[in-house]
Design a protein around this ligand. Structure first.
Ligand code: GAP
Length: 511
């Protein structure tokens, strides 16, 4: 999907009530969005899909809904107060702010793109005899681009690991990185910027400073003992949570990809120390299967972290090919016993587990899966939005915009349409059908405009089924049911509508 189509997606989201910019009447609030009537349905369905896959399908995973406000010491223990930073750099001419690592990564992408272009040109020149692997390994210009990219990547990872802001600045200067809009190279020094938002609570001691949680995971860690005791779970077991997280991102952009207020779906899996790599492999496979059930396999890939977070001994991203390239959709991390041990130390409460099989106490290790609900939303929509040419009622070419969302995730499952709006009998029957099926799933009743236009409106919000009440309905109690993608219509009895639609939109189909 190109830049243009991405713009289309953003405007489609607004036009059809999926996503609005926050506080729009006051010119908006950067990096914050509101979900409209269609958006909230799709988002709830994504959450249900995740919850069912994680909690309902695993008898050793239980749910939690912990508070957003937590004791400030939690963020000290977790390392977020000291280490949850991004490197920030300002351009003195444009006064715009950037993430230094992102500027450098973009430069690396450019080097690799140059290498790809050389290879493409050569492939055209040599035709069928072209050996791409050999060309990449022997052509001096291609090798130079690739080697430069790799060396820069290594230096960047090292500087980030050591917190060496001076070297990041040196890289920006050496690579002659320019401000994307103005071309200016007039940069400030690079400095660390903590991403946590803070607020004030009057009675918490100290200065009353609280943080808005930057991840939901810590609510799970500090409830580990409570949940283990009340559910009597034996290790290995997991705790799952869906909730808001807040990060003061230096640059919030690419629509809902990087926001300052967003939602996470996280699961912490507590395991015996020494078994974490087996579970890490298990969850990598499980989570990829979950994605592949609704996203084409070729648009997904794993990317190991070059630069491990302060708590991890292994980490991988599930990346999706967003309209702006392959980017992180989900993180899977082996978090060791870092969090539970730190909370034990700072709180003075032992956060251990007694393993009856080993007859010993230990601090469990943790494998975490963490997917952004909003990024999943963007993934579903990026996959689904299609403009296509289809025959109209007269058999002539017409274009339609359709959201090919998996039926189980679609906001509205079925639309009920009387063929004519000014025929009392048809309208009365359609209302009766609508009332009888709305108990089972979200339906829409629509009588405005010609039926063809109503089909198009439903296509544009991804409704998988449209039921039309026509003259034959009044004679024999049957309706037509139209399937969104094939546009094929069948005739079925009114009493069968709910059963047929329920069966086809069942979440079991993607679980
Ligand atoms: N508890 C681990 C953790 O928070 P993370 O990789 O920082 O790990 C997990 O975040 C997921 O949360 C990401 O893969 C992404 O889908 C989502 N996410 C992170 N920052 C985000 C942001 N600013 N806007 C939207 N989603 C975000």
């Amino acid at each position: 999907m190109s830049e243009d189509l991405f713009k289309r997606l953003v405007s489609h989201c607004k036009e059809y009530g999926f996503i609005y910019p926050s506080s729009e009447v006051y010119e908006g609030l950067n990096g914050v969005y509101d979900y409209g009537p269609m958006g909230v349905e799709l988002k709830n369905n994504i959450k249900e899909y995740w919850w069912k896959a994680m909690v309902q399908m695993h008898d050793n995973i239980v749910g939690l809904d912990s508070a957003i406000f937590m004791h400030p010491k939690i963020w000290k223990a977790s390392g977020h107060v000291d280490a949850f930073n991004d490197p920030l750099v300002d351009n003195k001419d444009s006064k715009k702010r950037f993430r230094a690592d992102v500027l450098i990564e973009t430069e690396i992408d450019k080097m690799l793109a140059k290498a790809d272009k050389e290879v493409e040109k050569a492939a055209k020149r040599f035709g069928e005899t072209f050996d791409e692997k050999m060309y990449r390994e022997t052509n001096p210009r291609v090798m130079e681009y690739i080697q430069k990219a790799e060396a820069t990547e290594k230096r960047l990872a090292n500087a980030l690991k050591l917190g060496d802001m001076a070297d990041l600045k040196a890289l920006i200067d050496e690579l002659e990185i320019t401000e994307p809009d103005t071309g200016s190279r007039n940069w400030t020094e690079v400095r660390q910027f903590n991403l946590m938002f803070s607020t004030q609570m009057s009675n918490t001691g100290d200065d009353g400073k609280l943080y808005l949680r930057p991840e939901t995971a810590q609510g799970i860690f500090v409830n580990f003992l409570n949940v283990q005791k009340t559910t009597r779970q034996k290790i290995p077991f997991g705790i799952a949570q869906i909730g808001k997280a807040f990060r003061n991102e230096i640059v919030a952009r690419q629509f809902i990809f990087r926001m300052r207020e967003f939602e996470q779906m996280e699961m912490q899996y507590f395991v015996r120390p020494g078994t974490e790599m087996e579970w890490y492999a298990y969850w990598k496979e499980k989570r990829m299967a979950w994605h592949r059930a609704v996203t084409p396999a070729e648009k997904l890939r794993f990317k190991d972290h070059d630069n491990l977070a302060h708590y991890a001994n292994a980490a991988v991203d599930v990346q999706f090919e967003f309209p702006f390239g392959f980017k992180e959709l989900e993180g899977i991390h082996s978090r060791t016993d870092f969090d539970l041990s730190s909370h034990s130390e700072l709180s003075g409460k032992k956060m251990q587990y007694f393993d009856p099989e080993l007859n010993e106490h230990y601090t469990p290790y943790v494998v975490e899966t963490s997917v952004g609900c909003d990024r999943m939303f963007l993934t579903v929509l990026s996959n689904a939005l299609v403009d296509e040419t289809v025959p109209d009622a007269k058999g002539e070419d017409s274009t339609r915009t359709v959201l090919r969302i998996a039926p189980a995730l679609a906001p509205v499952k079925c639309a009920v349409l009387p063929l004519l709006r000014n025929n009392e009998e048809l309208v009365g029957k359609a209302r009766e059908v609508y009332d009888s099926i709305k108990l089972h799933f979200l339906c829409q009743y629509d009588e405005k405009d010609a039926v063809g236009r109503r089909y198009r409106r439903q296509d544009a919000i991804g409704t998988p089924y449209c039921v039309t009440i026509d003259h034959e309905t009044l004679e024999n109690g049957t309706v037509t049911i139209r399937e969104r993608d094939s546009m094929l219509q069948e005739r079925i009895a009114i009493e069968d509508i709910a059963r047929i639609v329920l069966d086809r939109v069942d979440m079991a189909k993607i679980l």
